[in-house]
Design a protein around this ligand. Structure first.
Ligand code: NAP
Length: 488
């Protein structure tokens, strides 16, 4: 690839507060690093409590006018944002791949889904129906759905655009104003979306973005009584901290946290479909996905056949810089490699067997980035850390089962409850297993569980609240009851 192709497109690096791109008080910046080659691609302005308070104030001031803007005008503006995202999809995708590593095709898909988030939210805002409830004579019981106020959003690095649009589209469509803190590793995709907000004509103060110390910014957001809602996607540990911190100010909260998805292949499954779907789901974004299949339960009768086909498909994957023609990019940071190595060592020490992969990729361009071999690990048991810990990398752990009940029991043996998948042709089994899995989402012979129209979210330590669909809109409204008496 030429130097020109590998260069970061022009994108803002400053804070956006009250409609202005500004530097932080301390004039500090943070280096943003391309995980494919270790190069510093941008220096991004850093903020602290002071700038965060300014952003909260700007959002508070902007709220009344934004909340009462004619719905038709708000809908038009959100469609304009979607239009601009679609027009610039190639540029936005390139920014995403250079800062995060995923293959360009995946980045473009994420950008287009982001545009779709804005279209869906704009249209759904027209259907944010209230209710009238049967009331005594001379009265009307009216239920209205109103925006909450200032929303704080904190997002992770694995979907640097998608996690932002999923939150901001419904929050804005329902009439709220925003302070966003994107991941410190990947703020550029979020900044590119804010450039589009500005160009589309979003009124000043309606959406603000701050980067900097996540602890300080997080505390300022949770301590503020002006912030009435917190929406967070990230690790369970940070989610728990933010939940605790929000107790004093009693915020409405949604938490999309970690996952450890089971993927069950029953003896009557379409094996080709199960293998292809598993490889597609597992190696999407190099396994750095909260809904990535992490524990693969395979029926004893088909285990050998399934494993052979799986290893053959995994060995075909091409790993490299996401800007090139590859299936899998680098991991986000060096410490991600250490975590996977540690999980693998713990498993092999206890009897697991590496069938393919099993270590860092080295040599030529691989030495500059965080590349890992796509890995299949057999004979995994509950004694190993990988059975219970989220992997967040390109490892497929195989576990053999004998009965349907055993598969369900093992699949549910996790503190997490986000996504789950199973493959079978038996409809009675679909009903039984689909109901028994303790997960917020179930893919039955299907891996596409994340769509702009359908509820996305988890149970147990995967958090609460839903994104996408009309459920995602409900997270950003409050219900008001009015008892109207017509005459004295
Ligand atoms: P993370 O460490 O929890 O970080 C997520 C966000 O929280 C980042 O913006 C981070 O900022 C910020 N943060 C960290 N410490 C904070 C604090 N004390 N107060 C306020 N904010 C704080 O998670 P990650 O490593 O970025 O993402 C991986 C995790 O996210 C995985 O567990 C994955 O399963 C989960 N995830 C869940 C979903 C879902 O929808 N359920 C989707 C994607 C990812 P800095 O980066 O600046 O520190």
């Amino acid at each position: 690839m030429s130097m020109k192709e590998a260069t970061l497109p022009k994108v803002q690096t400053k804070l956006f507060i009250n409609g202005e791109w500004i530097d932080g008080d301390n004039k500090e910046t943070k280096d943003i690093v391309n995980p494919a080659n270790g190069e510093v691609i941008a220096k991004v302005v850093q903020a602290g409590p002071n700038e965060t308070k300014q952003a909260i104030n700007a959002a508070k001031e902007a709220f009344p006018d934004w909340a009462k803007m004619e719905l038709a005008d708000r809908v038009k503006l959100l469609h304009k944002i979607a239009d601009l995202m679609e027009e610039r999809a190639d540029t936005l995708a390139k920014i995403m791949t250079i800062e995060q590593g995923k293959p360009l095709k995946e980045s473009k898909g994420e950008v287009l889904t982001g545009a779709e988030n804005f279209r869906f939210a704009a249209e759904e805002a027209r259907r944010l129906y209230g209710e009238t409830i049967p009331a005594p004579n001379n009265h009307a019981f009216i239920v209205k759905k109103q925006p909450i106020g200032v929303v704080a959003a904190i997002t992770p690095w694995n979907f640097p655009g998608g996690m932002v649009t999923r939150k901001l589209a419904p929050a804005l469509a329902t009439g709220n104003t925003i302070v966003l803190k994107p991941s410190g590793d990947t703020p550029l995709s979020a900044l590119a979306i804010f450039e589009i907000f500005e160009e589309a004509g979003l009124p000043k103060g309606v959406a603000n973005i701050v980067m900097g110390s996540s602890k300080e910014i997080g505390e300022t957001l949770t301590d503020s009584d002006d912030v009435r809602k917190l929406t967070f996607t990230g690790s369970t540990k940070v989610g728990q901290t933010l939940f605790k911190q929000s107790a004093e100010t009693l915020k409405k909260i949604s938490l999309e946290l970690g996952g450890h998805a089971p993927f069950i292949v029953f003896d009557d499954a379409n094996l080709d479909a199960a293998v292809n779907d598993l490889v597609a789901a597992k190696f999407r974004n190099n396994g750095q996905v909260c809904v990535s299949p992490n524990r693969i339960f395979v029926a004893k009768e088909i285990k050998d056949k399934f494993t052979k086909a799986l290893v053959s498909e995994v060995e075909k994957l091409k790993v490299g810089n996401g800007l090139g023609d590859v299936n899998v990019g680098p991991l986000i940071r060096e410490d991600a490699i250490d975590k996977i190595d540690k999980q693998l060592k713990n498993a092999t020490d206890k009897g697991a067997k590496v069938l393919t992969g099993g270590g860092r990729l080295t040599g030529s361009d691989y030495d500059k980035g965080n590349f890992y071999k796509p890995t299949v690990l057999d004979n995994v048991t509950r004694e190993m850390d990988i059975f219970y810990e989220e992997t967040f990398g390109p490892v497929i752990p195989l576990i053999t089962f004998e009965t349907e009940d055993e598969a369900i029991e093992m699949a549910n043996d996790s503190e997490f409850g986000l996504a789950s998948y199973f493959y079978t042709k038996d409809l009675a089994r679909v009903e039984k297993v689909g109901s028994a899995l303790e997960y917020g989402m179930v893919g039955a012979n299907e891996i596409a569980i994340s769509n702009p129209e359908t509820p996305f979210g988890g149970v147990k330590h995967s958090g609460f609240g839903r994104e996408n669909g009309h459920y995602g809109m409900e997270e950003y409204i409050q219900v008001k009851f009015i008892n109207l008496k017509y005459r004295d």
